[in-house]
Design a protein around this ligand. Sequence first.
Ligand code: DOR
Ligand code: ZN
Length: 349
Amino acid sequence: MSDQLTIRRPDDWHLHLRDGAMLQGVLPETTRHFARAIIMPNLVPPVVTLADARAYHGRIMAALPPGAEFEPLMTLYLTENTDPGDVAAAHASGLVKAVKLYPAGATTNSASGVSNLDAVRPVLERMAEIGLPLCVHGEVTDPSVDIFDREAVFIDRVLDPLRRAVPGLRVVMEHITTADGVEYARSGGDDLGATITTHHLMINRNHMLVGGIRPHYYCLPVVKRARHQRALRAAATSGEARFFLGTDSAPHNDPAKESACGCAGVFSATNTMSCLAYVFEEEGALERLEAFASLNGPAFYGLPPNEARITMTRGQPVDYPAKIETGAGPVTVFDPGHPLLWAVSDAPV
Ligand code: DOR
Ligand code: ZN
């Protein structure tokens, strides 16, 4: 087996960068390896309009480490007041690559999300016309639905009816966590994609809950049973074009995570590529890592793959920090629970 792997530079199709001191602290962790990322709009207040997206894009560019080559792909946060005209202008500007649907109350900073899908129908119809993808946080918020079932119920109650109601709408099922998500993604044509996070490939709910509760493994959608993890691994390593990497790397400082009511989010930007190489090697699919991390995402979004390459080398355990220090406090890096042997040995600055 070769101990070197050269692939096109990867992109992250679902990333939280936050703002201010946190943005400044976490951005280098992504730009070190990734060329582009779809930037989530769940700031406080959220990124709702083209003007908001332009301003946020400017703040990200201003925070780039010297020499970094990185393109933030902006998104708009869909609300019941979103103007279809503004969405079309955002698409035409080239700056905004997707609109994000958060069911109201589903996750961090989702209070301005959508409760009534009929209210956003004109926006969705315009998006279908112009080919702008909708990125979907796929969980129902109905309190009577068990948190481990919220993705599967969302598919039946919300996603499938929505896709039937707005034919032609390009949809990304964000961070799928279940075999049901994998199966539904496979039922679609090339108008349906799905991102999978690094951590959902690495851990299941036993890792989070057995032998003590591990708050740094808590995220939304929450990690599920091992059989779902196996389905996600099979999907990610299949090479199928509909599945691509979205880390959902979502920094919260340690006090916010290590709390009686801790925030949801796993911060994996720092060691994602090493984790992925571990998973793909274990699945005997290293030759398909490039499809998942570097080819399938751009193809779905109609963008060219990156020309630059990174080289990964298998050797001594990779040295990466357990935490990064930011001006907004320490942020714990995702702990895969064992050494990682694949390092990114060579990447453009
Ligand atoms: O774990 C998560 N963290 N899931 C989300 O959907 C949001 C994210 C965040 O913004 O912290
Ligand atoms: Zn997210």
